[in-house]
Design a protein. Structure first.
Length: 481
């Protein structure tokens, strides 16, 4: 989702709403896909850097004197890890000028440059103003990263970059066919986050069924503690635990049908059961009072202070909330509770996938340089640096040896081990950003969890949004292969 990830300073969330309806009106014509203007053909472009000589140390043929520009999303992961990787690029290409900048305003900063045909060479396309990936791919605005994936890895020339990545990372960057348009750098574990100390103090264990979840919440309520809170202003955080619950109850094919915008996909009994379960949290008063008015930072702060037991989130939360999480909190994450023993998938079924989407624009002056910077970042050293500094895994399959894992990171690794092959990866938030955030998140789930719509009304509304997207010929549609 990006550390869409998965956020950041001054209350601007990684997955913050893209400025809601009013802002959409400012940046796009009515009915026009959000950020499609950003992905229009644009100007005449810029002069391409001449290709350099391919060598063992320079397998992508980077022009050693060409300027390389890198724009990072300045969010929950900070920018130090990227600055460290830039220093390695500068060391490897001392004659090159590197321009590095970080911003929370990805779309508004870079839209004019895409239109003019002079985008940067590497972009971390994340945050509240994330550019719509489906639009960028559909408009052929991105470079195919296959040359990077087939290049020798930074550490071992006998291994290709693609052979060093976690399962599913390459596939996530694909939309149609073989080209890979996005490199998801972080590896995010989504689920229900909590304090193990808080559960121990209540003398309860993490609930595996919904009846048990309600019992834990009831016990907490008697102690003056809410069961749940969430980012009420940005309720597209709710799917981080709700979507894998739907898969657990009905099977991963239910999520695939939703991603594929299939007719009546949202009317599946598993969706109904899970919506009704979450609505019960509202009806029984198990949600922290005032949650619909909280942003992600405020809800995380309330949760960290012990006002609520559970919060749906991604693994960036450990770094983002480090200043408010008590030392004895013992942060942990779990796969979502199911309904009961009739669920199609076992307890432990979890959503884990690539986060922090990096792209190389097709019209970048130095596409080889942008890919080389990513090759450096996908080395073991850079991966370890990221993990140790921001408490999150990377796309590199490893990078934890010798690192003392923080409680949340350790719990995330354990959750992945428990899940085994039962890891799901919904694609709606990659393929249809506006549908996922604005419509399903805010207008759908946000209204239901605030008690302003019933599950049945919400399902009907969301199915309508999905049907509209399926019929919208102005956007490119994608399907699971």
């Amino acid at each position: 989702m990006g550390s869409t990830s998965n956020h950041g300073a001054e209350g601007v969330g990684r997955r913050d709403l893209i400025k809601r309806s009013a802002a959409i009106g400012l940046v796009a014509a009515p009915g026009m896909s959000l950020l499609s203007a950003c992905a229009s053909g644009g100007g005449d472009g810029q002069d391409k850097a001449k290709a350099g000589k391919k060598t063992a140390k320079n397998p992508l043929g980077v022009n050693e004197t060409a300027k390389m520009e890198f724009v990072l999303f300045d969010g929950g992961f900070g920018k130090e890890y990227a600055e460290d990787a830039v220093k390695i690029y500068q060391k490897d290409f001392p004659k090159a000028t590197v321009k590095f900048s970080a911003t929370q305003k990805i779309q508004s900063t870079l839209q004019p440059r895409f239109n003019q045909g002079n985008p940067p060479d590497l972009i971390d396309n994340s945050g509240a103003e994330q550019m719509d990936m489906g639009v960028l791919v559909g408009k052929k605005q991105l470079a195919d990263l296959t040359p990077l994936l087939d290049a020798p890895s930074y550490d071992d020339p006998k291994k290709k970059v693609r052979d060093t990545l976690r399962p599913g990372i390459v596939e996530m960057g694909q939309f149609d066919g073989d080209p890979v348009w996005i490199m998801y750098y972080a590896y995010t574990v989504y689920g229900v986050w909590y304090s193990q100390k808080a559960l121990d103090d209540l003398d309860v264990t993490y609930p595996e069924t919904w009846d048990d979840m309600l019992a834990v919440c009831a016990k907490a309520k008697k102690k003056g503690i809410a069961g749940w809170t969430y980012a009420g202003k940005y309720p597209y955080y709710i799917p981080f635990s709700l979507y894998p619950m739907i898969a657990k109850v009905g099977g991963r094919e239910v999520l695939d049908a939703i991603d594929n915008l299939e007719p009546n996909a949202w009317k599946h009994p598993a969706v109904k059961a899970c919506f009704e379960a979450y609505y019960e949290l509202y009806k029984k008063g198990y949600i922290l009072k005032g949650t619909p008015g909280l942003d992600h930072i405020q809800s995380q702060a309330a949760w960290a202070k012990g006002k609520a037991l559970f919060i749906p989130n991604g693994s960036w939360v450990e770094n983002e909330s480090a200043n408010v999480i008590p030392k004895d909190f013992n942060l942990a994450v779990s796969a979502p509770s199911g309904i009961d023993s009739s669920d199609k998938m076992p307890f432990g079924t979890i959503w884990a996938s690539g986060g922090e989407p990096f792209i190389v624009p097709a019209k970048a002056a130095n596409t080889e340089g942008g890919m080389e910077q990513l090759r450096i970042m996908l080395s073991e050293a850079s991966s370890k640096n990221f993990t140790s500094k921001v408490k999150s895994l990377t796309a590199y399959n490893g990078g934890t040896t010798g690192i003392t894992l923080t409680p949340g990171l350790k719990s995330g690794v354990a959750a992945l081990d428990k899940a085994g092959s039962n890891v799901v990866n919904p694609r709606l938030q990659d393929w249809y950003v506006q549908l996922q955030k604005e419509k399903i998140g805010v207008a759908g789930l946000g209204e239901m969890m605030a008690g302003r719509a019933t599950p049945a009304e919400t399902i009907k509304k969301i199915q309508g949004y999905a049907d509209e997207a399926a019929k919208d010929t102005s956007i490119k549609h994608y399907k699971h292969q």
